[in-house]
Every structure is written in C-alpha cells, then in structure tokens.
Design a protein around this ligand. Structure first.
Ligand SMILES: Cc1ncc(COP(=O)(O)O)c(C=O)c1O
Length: 464
C-alpha cells in the first residue's frame, strides 16, 4: 500500500506531527481499515522523501495510541479500534487483506498490574463474605451518597498516619476511580471552558477527562524537581492537576520549595491544586515527602487517592479529600446523585482496614516491590549497562529508560521479536513530542523477579 499525504515543510507543525495526524484521520474515517498492512518505515521514508525519524516517530505515536500494531517478522498493521471511531459503512464491511499472525509474549512489562502472588486473597474473600453476612439493613439499600461512613473513617485514619493528611470522614468522597473523581471535580469547580494546567508529559487518563469536559489544557514543562511553577504563575489556569510525590511518568518528586510556591500561587489567585497521590505508599529510597495536602493552610488542595496500586485495580475504589468549604458545595450540588461504588465492596474494604489486613498488606507489598525494583535496576545495570539511563528510580511500580543509540520504536519492535513487550510513554505528551521516542516504560508490579531478569536479558539482546 502506498500512502501519499501532503506534507508541508513551510508549516510550523513538524512533518512528523503532520504525518501522524494524517494517518490517524485516514484510520478514523475508515480509509485505512483494520487488518491493512502499512508500508515499512524504509518504504515510506523513501516514498515521502522525509527522514527516517519522521516516519518512525509518527508510527511510534500511532502505535502507542493503539491505531497501529506491530507484529514481529510480519510488519506494521492497522489495528482494530473502537467501532464508533470508524466510518459506519466500513465497519460493516471490513476488508481483511491478510490475516495477522500472533506473537508469543514471554515477559510483558505492562504498567498498571499489581503483584498477585502475595495478595491476601483468603483474607479479602473473608472480608467480602463478612460484609455480605452482616445482619444489617444496609445490604438492601443504596450506599450513603458520599460513601460508607466506616470506609471513610478508615481512610481518614490511614491518611493521617501514612501521608500526614488531616481529614474528617465528612470531607471524604468515595469514587469509582480517579477519572470519575476528576469528572466530578470539573463539574464542581465549573472548569468547562476554563484552563487547567497539568504536567507535560502527564497522566493521559486524567487528560482525556479534562478534554472531554471541555477544559483547555495548559501543558506545564517539567524540570528536575517537578513541574515549572513559573509557568503556572504566568498561566491563566484556574486549577492545576499534578502528581507531586511521584511524577507520572518521569518519577521525580516535587521539591519542597516548589510545593510552597505552588501553594502561594493558589492562595493568591484562588486557584485549586489537585494532588494525585496514586502510588505514594511505595517509596524505596529517601525520606517520605509530606503531601501537598498536609501543607495546605487555606483549603486550596483537593487530594486524590486510589486503592488501585496499594490494593487492587479491579476493586475500582478511589477517593477525594475535599477542603471543607468545597464539601459543602458538593453536598448542595450533588445531593441527588447516588454513590456509584457498591456498598458491599466498600464495607469489605472497611473490614479489611479495621482488621489491620490493609496495613500488613502495604508493608508486605512495599518489601515485595522493593525487591522487584532492586532486581530490575540490577539487571538493567548488568545487561544493558551504558546503553540506557534509568529515570525515576526511587519509587512506584514503573521506571523509564532513556535510550542511547536506539529508538523506542526499534526497541519495541526488536523486543517483540524476542518475546518481551515494552511500552512507549509517547501518549503521555499532550503535544506530540519526538522526545517520547527516546524512552521506554517498564512496569514491574505484576512480574516475578525471575520474569524481570529474563525480560531485561531479552531486551538487552535487542540493543545494537
Ligand atoms: C497517575 C495515575 N493516577 C491514578 C491512577 C489510578 O487510577 P484509578 O484510580 O482510576 O485506578 C493511575 C493508574 O495507572 C495513574 O497512573
């Protein structure tokens, strides 16, 4: 197949970005169909008379967003994408040009998985069953609008001890995930058609919500010690969403001086700071850093927590800690909204926390993840040596590798042929940025130490 987009060097938009947008549109509008084979990078480079980097970066971005798929020893294919994105006629009559061979993945460094070997399944099942067995009327009722009081009470104690956050259960709202939390905050703060600042790169899950809510996103550049506060001071932002304890995906910690300056910005402008503390439990080196919320003296920080990393992503349990004044507004505005997390799950989690199981689980997991993390760093140093630089290595369940002498696109391709799957962080940039092609992201939470070592060895064998 030949592609002939019109790429214009005179435009301010880079050739890579023009090519990326053109192919994306062709797929969305059904002119390039799932199962079609794309020209190879070499063919397209020659055909379009552009640099290899241009084509590679566009393919890479489309792959990380799920528009294209790379199959080892076969090539690059248009992927199956959400049907509503496709032209309806084309969806009904897809033309399958060739069947795609599937490849065997031996080690998958997917981000987002947690350790299941050490998960206290027996205790969790008992809490679930005890929650249902409790002889109370609540089983036949809806949950309280803000969520079960018992769970909010436990979260409030937990946050004080582990994150230094002072909060009454009345300030806590249980939600079914961080995206649900963000959508609700957008409504509460009336952020539609307002500017919201967020880290660039940053968590794409939240960025999608902000886009869908009609917010204007102001991407804030990152520095060694977290996002640029100067940028925010000159921005029109009404709110800033950030991951201060473990920047996603780069992993740096927002310095204390920046925390203070950011709070000052919020006090002076009346802006809100939305602090996403998604994996604050897992810090392996250095001192724990106080959360922004614990430093807030004027009710400008909205704190987001989740059980997805510290417990199970499938529980769909997250929460918001609102400043008291916002909680009052919430109660007025959302009085008619039912709580969307099952009270059974909430009660079971409350029991899991009351009986000390959660604390034990966190302590066990911190050690487990620390061992995995050490094994990952050790293997990278041993097998990949100077070809890569480890980025963001002090906490959390993922790291980035800065590549030398090979692009992410090539390493992902080569890795797949050897049975190891690694990912590009490109999708975390709002503005397509070729820098994304010089990093790969490795999630390690769900892998065993043996798998980690094997995966790194395989990956190392793909280096030039
Ligand atoms: C930055 C960030 N925040 C929050 C979450 C968790 O989201 P949820 O609570 O919807 O599972 C993740 C998960 O990957 C994340 O990376």
């Amino acid at each position: 197949m030949e592609l002939t987009p019109f790429l214009n060097k005179e435009l301010p938009e880079s050739l890579y970005s023009q090519l990326y947008h053109w192919i994306k549109k062709e797929i969305e509008e059904g002119r390039l169909l799932p199962g079609m084979k794309m020209p190879s990078i070499r063919q397209l480079t020659t055909h379009l008379k552009v640099s290899r980097n241009t084509v590679e970066a566009a393919y890479q971005q489309l792959q990380s967003e799920g528009y294209l798929e790379s199959v080892p020893k076969s090539g690059i294919w248009v992927a199956e994408i959400e049907k509503p994105l496709l032209h309806p006629l084309e969806v009904e009559h897809p033309i399958m040009l060739e069947c795609k061979p599937s490849s065997e993945v031996l080690v998958d460094f997917e981000y987002g998985n947690v350790d299941l070997d050490k998960f206290p399944l027996k205790q969790w099942k008992k809490c679930l069953s005890d929650a249902v067995d409790q002889q109370n009327n609540w089983l036949f009722q809806y949950s309280e609008n803000q969520g079960e009081f018992e769970l909010r009470w436990e979260i409030s104690n937990y946050l004080l001890q582990s994150r230094g956050v002072r909060s009454a259960p009345e300030q806590i709202l249980i939600t079914a995930g961080t995206q649900a939390s963000m959508a609700l905050i957008c409504h509460l703060l009336a952020l539609q058609e307002k500017t919201v600042a967020m880290e660039e790169p940053g968590y794409s899950g939240v960025r999608s919500v902000l886009e869908d809510q009609g917010c204007y996103i102001d991407p804030v550049p990152l520095e060694k010690d977290g996002l640029s506060v100067e940028h925010i001071q000159t921005s029109k932002a009404k709110a800033v969403y950030l991951t201060p304890s473990h920047q996603f995906p780069f992993g740096m910690v927002l310095s204390i001086s920046k925390r203070m300056r950011l709070l000052k910005w919020a006090y002076q402008t009346g802006g809100y700071i939305i602090e996403d503390d998604y994996d604050g439990e897992f810090r392996y080196r250095g001192h724990p850093i106080p959360s922004l919320k614990s430093l807030d003296e004027q009710e400008r920080v909205i704190y987001l927590g989740t059980f997805s990393k510290s417990f199970l992503p499938s529980a769909r349990l997250s929460y918001i800690v609102f400043p008291p004044s916002l909680m009052v507004q919430y109660s007025r505005k959302f009085a008619a909204y039912n709580q969307s997390v099952s009270p059974i799950i909430q009660r079971a989690m409350a029991l899991f926390m009351q009986t000390g199981e959660f604390e034990r689980h966190i302590r066990r997991m911190r050690k487990t993840y620390q061992r995995k993390h050490q094994a990952l760093l050790r293997s990278i140093e041993q097998y990949m040596g100077t070809h890569v630089k480890i980025v963001g290595e002090k906490s959390g369940l993922h790291i980035l590798l800065k590549l030398k002498g090979i692009t992410a696109f090539e390493l992902i391709e080569n890795g797949l042929q050897k049975g190891v799957k690694v990912y590009s962080p490109s999708r975390f940039w709002l503005n397509p940025n070729p820098e994304g092609n010089s990093y790969i992201m490795l999630g390690f939470g769900g892998l065993s130490i043996e798998e980690i070592e094997k995966g790194v060895r395989l990956l190392a064998s793909c280096l030039p």
